[in-house]
Ligand binder design. Sequence first.
Ligand code: GKR
Ligand code: MG
Length: 429
Amino acid sequence: MNLTVTDVRLTPILVADPPLLNTQGVHQPYTPRLIVEVVTADGITGVGETYGDTKYLELARPIAARLPGRPVSDLNGLFTVADEVAVDASRVSGRVDVGGLRGVQTADKLRLSVVSGFEVACLDALGQSLGLPVHALLGGKVRDTVEYSAYLFYKWARHPEGVPGEPDDWGAALDPAGVVEQARRFTERYGFTSYKLKGGVFPPQEEIAAVRALAEAFPGRPLRLDPNGAWSVETSLKVAAELGDVLEYLEDPALGTPAMAEVAARTGVPLATNMCVTTFAEIEEAFTRGAVQVVLSDHHYWGGLRNTQHLAAVCRTFGVGVSMHSNTHLGISLAAMTHVASTVPGLHHACDSHYPWQSEDVLTERIAFHGGKVAVSDAPGLGVRLDSDRLAALHRRWLEDDGTYRDRDDTAAMRAADPAWTAPAVPRW
Ligand code: GKR
Ligand code: MG
């Protein structure tokens, strides 16, 4: 067996995304993703997926160039290689990360997000070489299925007039009835039994009404509301008081650890985050101040599957829960999320996934949800196969794009409908 990397292919693509609303604006009709292929001397190809915006691509290229000749098993070496690559200062200084949802952009956060795509591809190649599933390389699964929640969004029926985009059959969801209807469809199509509503779009009373309507339609089911830090401490406390009896947790009601700590100190409703704990350096303050009760990992920005396991271990040590949130992603990332989630003990909350919103994928077979769960694959590697024709078609879309969609910008996308739109000041309410 020869585990030496002989080739690395990077393919940026644009994938169709519906007009989902969030506090920043609306999803673009096409979202950039980067597909990573790592080829070994034995001709085995491992696949990974991460953000595909220009700043990630710029960093992925020099890292890819340094991998041939190294073994795919050298996962720690990926971090060393990434550290050797300089990050263009203009990509990080004074910029906010991931549409403003992950604090200030730093060179380290950029590097970790890129490393995650290579780590997953190397694990896939290594698993295929050894005849072992990725979960076995991570120490073994402790469950056979991973539960996901329906990820509900306020949504327009279609992208704004004059904007290209693929049609979808989800319809609009702009009020409590629309949200409940969307949740019903999620349940019918995928069997989800817990629900997360992306908030921060409408005034809190309207979003409270939507969660109440969900509680009536699905009594006893776990519900979450995530306004991405759009509320003040006082507003967060009012929402917690009004919805405390039906919420599993409130996700990032207020922005930043100090505000979250204040909310946490004055409510019994658990708080979850994927915004104020996004790096290992942010853990100490958040945990010692009791700011969060659940950390939602995202293996892309935590630097991969093994770092997600490390995060889970730290959370366990401090009695803080762990689960996962998601961003627009395809099946390779869902497979990776499922493998790592299967290895995490004490996963008490369903992970969320954007995958049902993605009508397109680069796999030969879509990953299926049954009863809201994904079965953990025991096939070697991730257990997925790349469809090279689909990959080429989505790459062609990226090549033909004039640059409008190569960098995700929900605020700019909203301006197509409302030219005066600017991302609202936080807190908005
Ligand atoms: O896709 O609109 C979105 C989400 O708001 C995403 O960007 C967030 O990162 O889903 C994420 C979250 O849980 O905050
Ligand atoms: Mg969130």
